[in-house]
Design a protein around this ligand. Structure first.
Ligand code: DAT
Ligand code: MG
Length: 149
């Protein structure tokens, strides 16, 4: 089963959107297998966004993600990465489809509310970066037979 790392970024937390954002993923049928709130360190932020190092938006991005607490989740499901990214919407909120999180709640790329891993490999790597194995759970949901065929 595929896993993806979701981050509710500082604007999502500060704007009281933790609940509405989690609801989108829960309603979709993705299973939460890890969840916590933390203040991101400068070091963790730079590790997480290492692929963007050197780009013009890198330093503002580090400042943004470390500016207030975040909520991180590990979500599981078939094609969890793609499902979550569709629920999140396009990187630039003005280009995100209405009905997606960014399309419904966002205006600007530097305040786009949520992170989602972009491949199954990065999903696994990002979950390993943000979570200790002991913080992840494995459980059966009774409703799964009504969500997964
Ligand atoms: P995504 O978060 O949709 O996976 P990404 O991995 O390309 O997007 O970039 C990571 C974050 O960096 C993104 O959520 C917001 C910021 N960012 C990306 N492209 C940007 C740009 N052209 N200008 C400003 N910020 C940008
Ligand atoms: Mg990305």
């Amino acid at each position: 089963m595929e896993r993806t790392l979701i981050i509710i970024k500082p604007d999502g937390v500060e704007r009281n959107l933790i609940g509405p954002i989690i609801t989108r993923f829960e309603q979709r049928g993705l299973k939460i297998v890890g969840m916590k709130m933390l203040q991101v360190s400068d070091q963790l932020a730079r590790q997480h966004y290492a692929v963007h190092e050197g780009k013009s938006f890198f330093e503002p991005l580090i400042e943004y993600i470390t500016s207030a607490p975040v909520v991180v989740m590990a979500l599981e499901g078939p094609q969890a990465v793609q499902a979550a990214r569709n629920t999140i919407g396009a990187t630039k909120p003005v280009e995100a489809t209405a009905g997606s999180i960014r399309g419904d709640f966002g205006m600007m790329v530097g305040r786009n509310l949520v992170h989602g891993s972009d491949s199954p490999e990065n999903g696994a790597a990002e979950i390993a970066l943000w979570f200790d194995e002991s913080e992840l759970v494995s459980y059966e949901r009774v409703v799964d037979r009504w969500i997964l065929e």
